[in-house]
Design a protein around this ligand. Structure first.
Ligand code: SAH
Ligand code: AVI
Length: 350
């Protein structure tokens, strides 16, 4: 990347203009300068990257919800069926009526969570539900869906980037907290970052609180390819939208239509990789990042990894983060797994 002169940087201004906070990166100036640094660093890396959290502006959150309804994108339906079939047993293992708080990280539209909350109600509990998401649009959808489906459940929202400072509302004395991280979102991180993230989540929990982690499992590469290359082009639109969100955040001038959506399943790495590939050579003004990005024709920016796991990999991951695996359930087609872990004090790993 080529740095612009300081004079130009000053003229553009370092502070954001007044606007409503649509994502958590815009709510505080500290968070904002950390986000600018992170983005600058990601775009300078080889390969160039944009952190996948930038998918989720209003338009991106709505596109993701559309993706979850596509027949080709099977993870959501598979996890939903698994949760609906096994919610009672999961809630029982998580303490049944003792469950006072259900916290969901990256809640999205949270429609799958209703099955778990129902099971907690059926067990005689009345848990509070806390949704944490970077996207105000996603939190609004969570609120609408839960208010319509289960108005008796108290709902709180935290607009936050959970990779940064995480603050959870206090739970009642003697209560038990269940933290949900569903949808296979853990697969959007490399192993080290995933374990680090789960360990940080563990630090916010007390001994005997629980984690329910949803993970995509290794399956047929052709089915996976189709799930991220749907013929309607919704995933391609979701991918390109990341550039519009970056444009609005840093005032850059990416032309999303000049990029091809490319999403292969990389067998060796057990993961889908989403890329945006320049259809022609171009110079992109990176706005508040203070530089120009020169891209050759065919050069790519990686926007997401989406990993597939084995059961052992998932259990090892939660164990390394300080959770003792308590229960594992898997969809009948072995495409999706849910691991329930209990927060322990020692950091012993399996
Ligand atoms: N759990 C839902 C949504 C998955 S999509 C499901 O299973 O369908 C990923 C969700 O995580 C989005 O709603 C996105 O806005 C949120 N998200 C992604 N990165 C985030 C971050 N760093 N901090 C907080 N939320 C994040
Ligand atoms: C949120 N995350 C688990 C999704 C995934 O499958 O990795 C995001 C997504 N990317 C393309 N389609 C859906």
């Amino acid at each position: 990347m080529q740095r612009r002169s300081p004079a130009r940087r000053v003229r553009r201004g370092l502070l954001p203009g007044a606007r409503s906070p649509r994502t958590a990166t815009l709510v505080s100036l500290d968070a904002e300068s950390a986000a600018l640094r992170e983005l600058r660093e990601a775009l300078s890396r080889a390969p160039r990257e944009i952190p996948s959290k930038y998918f989720y502006d209003d338009a991106g959150s709505a596109l993701f919800e559309q993706i979850t309804r596509l027949p080709e994108y099977f993870p959501t339906a598979t996890e939903r069926a698994l949760l609906e079939a096994r919610a009672a047993a999961l809630v029982e293992s998580a303490g049944g009526r003792k469950l006072t708080d259900v916290v969901e990280l990256g809640s999205g539209a949270a429609s799958k969570t209703v099955a778990l909350l129902d099971a907690a109600l059926a067990a005689g509990g009345r848990p509070k539900y806390v949704a944490v998401d970077i996207s105000a649009h996603a939190l609004q959808r969570t609120k609408e869906i839960l208010a319509a489906a289960r108005p008796e459940i108290p709902v709180e929202h935290v607009l936050a980037d959970y990779t940064q400072a995480l603050q959870l509302p206090p739970k009642p004395a003697g209560g038990r907290r269940l933290v949900l991280f569903l949808g296979g979102t853990i697969g959007n991180d490399e192993d080290e970052a995933a374990v680090k993230f789960l360990s940080r989540v563990r630090e916010h929990m007390e001994q005997d609180d629980l984690l329910l982690l949803g993970a995509n499992l290794i399956t047929d590469p052709a089915a996976l390819h189709l799930a991220y290359n749907d013929p309607q082009g919704i995933t391609a639109a979701f991918n390109r939208n990341v550039l519009r969100n970056v444009n609005s955040f840093v005032r850059s001038n990416f032309d999303a239509e000049k990029f091809a959506h490319y999403a292969p399943y990389v067998v060796e790495k057990q993961r889908i990789e989403m890329w945006l590939v320049a259809r022609e050579a171009m110079d992109v003004d990176l706005g508040r990042l203070g530089s120009t990005l020169r891209l050759a024709r065919g050069e790519g920016i990686r926007t997401e990894i989406s990993r597939r796991f084995t059961r052992e990999q998932v259990l090892r991951m939660i164990d390394s983060a300080g959770f003792t695996p308590e229960r594992w359930i898997e969809s009948p087609d072995a495409r999706f797994g849910l691991a329930l872990g209990v927060a322990r004090t020692s950091l012993r790993g399996i």
